[in-house]
Ligand binder design. Sequence first.
Ligand code: PLP
Length: 472
Amino acid sequence: MTDVRARLAAMQEGDLPVHGGRTLAYVYDSGLAEVDALGRDAVAAYAGSNGLDPTAFPSLLAMENDLVATACDLLDAPEGAVGTVTSGGTESCLLAVQAARDAHPEVTDPAIVVPDTVHAAFHKAAHYFGLRTVVVPVGGDFRADAAAMAAALDATTVLVVVSAPSYAHGVVDPVTEVAAAAAARGVRCHVDACIGGWVLPYAARLGRRVPPWTFAVEGVTSISVDLHKYGYAPKGTSLLLHRTAALRRPQYFAWADWPGYTMLNSTMQSTKSGGPLAGAWAVTREIGDEGYLRLAEAALTATDAVVRGVPSSLSVVAPPESTLVALETDGSCDVFTVADEMAARGWYVQPQMSYAGRPPTLHLSLSAATDADGFLAALSDAVAAAVAAGPVTVDPEVVAFIEALDPTALTDDDFDGLLAASGLVGASDDGGLALPDRMAGVNALLDVASPRMREALLVAFLDRLSRPADRL
Ligand SMILES: *Cc1c(COP(=O)(O)O)cnc(C)c1O
């Protein structure tokens, strides 16, 4: 037993730290060690409980209803609003799309209308559930173009999506205008507040200017908000709220026509651990409304400090409306090298590739535990090192070669060659696959590839990473 525990701890050493506020994507740190410990205890206590049947585990239903009530209060939900705890933001988004589709069986070619900044989860939903996406470019301010989105609605539209805020740029879409246009046509309007939903209401209470985006906006029919982001809960929980029970109904799946138990599911999972739900319940009860207000204040203050202190050579892409910041360079260095230099200094910042004629950026999700001064000191050093190194370049011949490739026509052998040539896959000392220490060269190469080519290369990469460990 102890040996296995030691091995777990040793393996985890190689991962990004989840505490300390230095990992500015993937994890969210309240900085409250006792709250984290409580959350872990709750996960452990409920790890074996099964959310499949709320009558068998009534405490799970009670905790879910408590969490939904808390979120309804936070998000201005009217009487009659309902919600479901899901496994994460993606599942909340998938279910919003699935419910919208199944509410309209008469629409044979259903579509969702989304801004081009919408989270990739909606493209995944359309892919899984067989809907078309009508993608509308955002305006120069990176916000959804309300007029263009309204014009894109037609008889096949079953759902319109807006973000509060968008992941890539951290700005809130014009929810009021888009929701009004949707309501006028009887179309559902989902607000994806997966990342900002637990911060923006507190930002407004702290006196910051936050455009309306909750259920207070007429025409908003559903909202997704993740507890495992700024709810600071252990991983594995999000909420999907609907304005009415009738809107939620098509989300439910029941199957009685087989010889086993009657299956009755509110989410995509059937058997589901009670652990994450109990962890989120415990953490949200412990932090409480006043606690979240203070955590939001800390994260927003850190965000302000970062925006004010961004070193020369970098600039903020759009003034942040919550705790997400996108940074771009002036050309004297490149974001990929800055990311490597930050990693060398113990900070993780997330590269975002070029899109729609805009240069690549660095994404920062600031947590309550992020030390802005420490971050800015590291960033200033990292930028100086990146400027000294000069922007990473890709040989024009390589660019031309990659541009000429058709990802759909490539064979497995082609991908093996491309992955080796890109530096993405190298042989490690023990003969396995090894990731390069510095990613700038690889990222620069991926950045010149088309999105389709990038997807194909990375899928091939993941495929080769995901192979059985050495067998006896
Ligand atoms: C994180 C995020 C999602 C997806 O959530 P997961 O929990 O990663 O599945 C969806 N939308 C937005 C805006 C997000 O930030």
